[in-house]
Ligand binder design. Structure first.
Ligand code: ADE
Length: 412
């Protein structure tokens, strides 16, 4: 039995899924083989991901590859109720709805684990954490899982360091075909999609402050520049800070940047990146948003302490007023690209989700032989996804001649 908001929304969700399917050629190529060979027959797969159309399409591919699929959302504001309804109409069990409270979110994850999975996909680490802390009796039958995002891997590596990780976990985020494209170009585009949909304001001529210059931050800063903004980068890592300078951005601490920014975007994965000491220095009308996994980067308690309860002035825009100024927070400080837009473009999630399906296949075919550690995807999987992507783009590449191969192996 599913737990969703409104089953009658299924036709709208189906249209969204049909649209992305046509723009996910790499996943379609894998699906062709897997629909035939059905490698997941008899297996239950539990998924905790942002429940929008691309995710739904991957869930359907896994179902068509033999699995019994149960899915929940990895963020209370990223679930799209029509997409959830379309999946239920197709026989997938869903426990999620848009705007879930903390208690409902927790309950949705619990129900998802109660399918007693053999394989898992997680985004951010909540499902795997709950499995280990509250459902340890299920661990022996879990063949492994795959983690989608940087934050989830940070948590998994902390678990592994304490000896607490009891299943093999594939680090999908660390594959080249994931972070080079999803984190950089995906976040770079979808964050601006979210900000523009939420505000309907111009970006050109504004000063954009990007906190965090990892792959996601690089993408967000690059696209801000393309939209005509001046970009200030805030970092704690001196090497990344120099990289930002060489990429043409200005670097300074947040305390200084606070005075200049028109739009602030946090992409650090850490907490308390923007706090009271920054709010009091900001310009009237400054816009704040977050693209990191959890809503802890823009400190909302400090905003409330300064300004009291906010006023909703537009869908996904809350105004916090104090003194003679207003600061605007987008999407409650949750992932702006998923809460105020549809997440990364389909052609990007195509590669990420092809890697996810391949990761589960790898876990299954190597069942019983993998250590309970955070594991890299084999290079061959990354190469396979890149080759399918090139084929989908209609582009070829060169091949080394035997003479060139010999040359590259010689040293005299
Ligand atoms: N769509 C589904 N999962 C996503 C993610 N982790 N980031 C952006 N868009 C997504």
């Amino acid at each position: 039995m599913s737990t969703i908001r409104d089953a009658s929304l299924a036709p709208a969700g189906k249209m969204k899924i049909d649209w992305v399917r046509e723009h996910m050629p790499v996943l379609n190529e894998l699906a062709k083989d897997f629909r035939q060979s059905k490698p997941f027959t008899g297996l239950r797969i539990a998924i905790c991901l942002h429940l929008e159309a691309k995710t739904a399409y991957m869930a359907k591919v896994l179902q068509e590859s033999g699995a019994e699929v149960t899915i929940t959302g990895s963020n209370p504001l990223s679930t799209q109720d029509d997409v959830a309804a379309a999946l239920v109409a197709d026989g997938i069990t869903v426990h999620a709805w848009y705007g879930a409270t903390a208690a409902e979110y927790d309950e949705h994850l619990q129900k998802t684990l109660e399918c007693e999975p053999h394989l898992l996909i997680d985004d951010g680490g909540d499902l795997v954490t709950m499995l280990h802390t509250r459902y340890p009796h299920l661990l022996p039958q879990v063949r492994g899982g795959a983690e989608e995002t940087t934050t989830g891997l940070v948590r998994l590596r902390s678990m592994a360091a304490e000896g607490a990780l009891k299943i093999p976990m594939m680090a999908v985020n660390d594959a080249y075909c994931k972070y080079l494209f999803d984190n950089r170009y995906g976040t770079g585009q979808s964050v601006w999609d979210g900000i523009m949909r939420a505000t309907n304001l111009v970006v050109a001529g504004k000063t954009v402050v990007v906190a965090g210059y990892g792959w996601c931050g690089k993408g967000v800063a690059m696209r801000a520049r393309g939209l005509g903004a001046r970009v200030i980068v805030c970092e704690i890592d001196p090497i990344k800070a120099v990289e930002a300078v060489m990429d043409g951005h200005t670097v300074m601490p947040m305390l200084e940047a606070a005075e200049y920014g028109d739009i602030f975007i946090t992409v650090t994965g850490c907490r308390d990146v923007i706090t009271r000491e920054h709010y009091v220095r900001m310009k009237n009308g400054a816009i704040l948003c977050n693209a990191g996994h959890f809503d802890v980067e823009v400190n909302k308690n400090d905003l409330r302490e300064l300004a009291g309860e906010p006023q909703l002035v537009r869908r996904n825009v809350e105004a916090f007023e104090f003194g003679s100024k207003r600061l605007y927070l987008l999407a409650e400080g949750r992932l702006v690209n998923l809460a105020a837009a549809d997440g990364h473009p389909a052609e990007i999630m195509d590669m990420s989700f092809a890697l996810q399906v391949e990761a589960l296949h790898y876990l299954n075919t190597n069942y019983g032989q993998l250590p309970n550690e955070v594991l890299p995807l084999p290079q061959s999987v990354d190469d396979k996804v890149a080759r399918h992507k090139l084929a989908a783009l209609g582009m070829g590449i060169d091949k080394l001649t035997p003479e060139q191969e010999a040359y590259l192996q010689s040293w005299k």
